[in-house]
Ligand binder design. Sequence first.
Ligand code: ATP
Ligand code: MG
Ligand code: MG
Length: 368
Amino acid sequence: TKKIGVLGAGQLGRMLAIAGYPLGQKFGFLGTSHDEPSALLGQMYTDEVESLKDLVKFSDVMTYESENTSVEMVREIARSIPVYPGEKSLYYSQHRGREKGLFDELSIPCAPYQVVDSLENLTQAVDEIGLPAVLKTTTEGYDGKGQFVLKEKSQIDQAWKAIGGRELILEGFIDFSRELSIVAVRNADNEHVYYPLVQNVHHDGILRYTIAPARQISETVQTQAEAYMKALLDKLDHVGVLTLELFETVDGLVANEMAPRVHNSGHWTIEGALTSQFENHVRAITGLPLGDTSPRQPVAAMINIIGETGPVAEVLKMPNAFLHLYDKAERAGRKLGHINLVADSEDALYEQIKQLSAFLPAEDKSES
Ligand code: ATP
Ligand code: MG
Ligand code: MG
């Protein structure tokens, strides 16, 4: 038995604990309140310096829920107990400029980019990169927050007013056919495992559903994605789950961003794969052999429950559907849970998805 400390107490920590209990692991969480999703699943510490010390005392190993965790804090904790993924993974993942620099270094294709910190810089970057382009904060963005899509030069002032006044990154707009992601895991014994590429569909910047595996992915493309992941895992000495978001384009895969953690696009693995991303993360950080990442069924899907809980009884009545609620209060745009579906064929899967359309955004509003 190992005691695992989690910085954060949201749904990711909650699902790590649910996966870790059968392996005999114990969990402690550092959150901000006792209302958080993980509060009933282990020792709960609330967010103060003294609590962090207590959590370190409790834990054999520490992990975190967010790439926005402070590198200095992780370095400090690592003086007492191992923290996985390590500080390098965090350092690169929490800053879009560093992240893209790493992609370049490892010859992983990504959008042309420029980090800017003034309106003059931005104007110059627009000239060099061209339009359309996406302007983003270098740090702390999630669910598409802190972004501005620039279509014309006349929007530069407006964009700077909207999100400027801090360091930004301008990225060339990638003309993609689909958004994909890949979840990979490495342990300290240098074992590597990869889940199949999945397809992600977003609406208003929020992931709405994932199809796993993504349809019509050639072996070459899967192998390419795994090679990018291997390069990243090894370069970072990464221990735990690492996720890479990718654009599928006519010229091949283009990296968007990575996350040094279990990922929403990997939630399908709970019932959809022989070993879930959560169990594999727990295995990796506690020095256990990694589990088989193969899908259990030919196709699977994950539908996020956003904002309001919705007709969950319908889910419970459906065969091959699995409900996961995070014990969170309803609020617009908030991830409250997800539904996993598994099926023997694509047709059967899409039939199930259709029956659950109440959980998906209306088609007329669907994103460009
Ligand atoms: P997440 O919630 O996944 O962490 P985020 O806020 O970090 O999201 P990104 O993933 O960088 O933001 O961007 C959000 C979405 O915006 C992407 O999923 C994609 O649809 C679109 N997007 C981002 N960058 C580009 C780009 N360079 N070209 C085209 N579309 C982009
Ligand atoms: Mg992100
Ligand atoms: Mg993203």
